[in-house]
Design a protein around this ligand. Structure first.
Ligand code: IMP
Ligand code: MG
Length: 185
């Protein structure tokens, strides 16, 4: 008889422990699905993808590799998180430096939690005279979401628990993990 012991990987980041939650394969599948949806919706135009730093760098990279039609990409940097909870005040650290008037813009987010960042983004793009403005996010926490801004493309809906990996961090750590880990409670 063969006994297979499956060891649970626990990731320690500072004072907190995280356990495996979403595999690299599931992430890849979710991103491919989003890229295919966007591609179908923007068949005849060249969209501008805007990644929201820091968290979205891995999503944007993998998304673009799956997006086979002509497109442009740019980044802005916002920050609202302190530790493991979202804050109301959002700082714009690197702003838009490209003329987006008349362009179809799709913001690519790593995760939408309370939606405070989306409100800020919407305000920001209102002034840009864009042709259209849509939002794509790899992860979405429906139970934490408090706004009524429509999210156009959603990769994976997740429970209201703190996660790290694939660009997402806990106080700066964990972004380099190729899969998603969840805070162990
Ligand atoms: P929101 O403004 O509350 O929607 O938060 C959005 C930002 O908070 C995201 O872009 C992330 O940077 C960060 N964030 C939200 N939830 C998590 C999480 O579970 N882990 C790590 N960062 C998160
Ligand atoms: Mg983010």
């Amino acid at each position: 008889m063969q006994i297979i012991l499956k060891l649970k990987t626990v990731i320690q980041l500072y004072d907190k422990q995280f356990v495996p939650f979403i595999s690299a394969q599931e992430i890849e599948f979710a991103i491919a699905k989003m890229a295919a949806q966007v591609e179908a919706d923007y068949a005849d135009e060249i969209p501008v993808f805007i990644g929201v730093l820091n968290g979205s760098f891995m999503v944007v990279s993998d998304f673009l590799k799956q997006y086979k039609k002509p497109c442009e990409v740019s980044f802005i940097k916002l920050a609202s998180y302190e530790g493991t909870s979202s804050t109301e005040s959002i700082k714009q650290l690197i702003g838009l430096n490209q003329d987006l008037s008349g362009r179809s813009v799709i913001v690519i987010e790593d995760i939408v939690d309370t939606g405070n960042t989306l409100v800020e983004l919407k305000e920001l793009f209102k002034k840009e005279n864009v042709k259209s403005f849509k939002i794509a996010t790899l992860f979405f926490k429906p139970d934490a979401y408090k706004k009524d801004i429509k999210i156009d493309y959603i990769g994976v809906r997740i429970p209201n628990k703190f996660i790290v990996g694939f660009g997402l961090d806990y106080n700066g750590l964990g972004r380099n993990l190729p899969e998603i880990y969840q805070l162990e409670v």
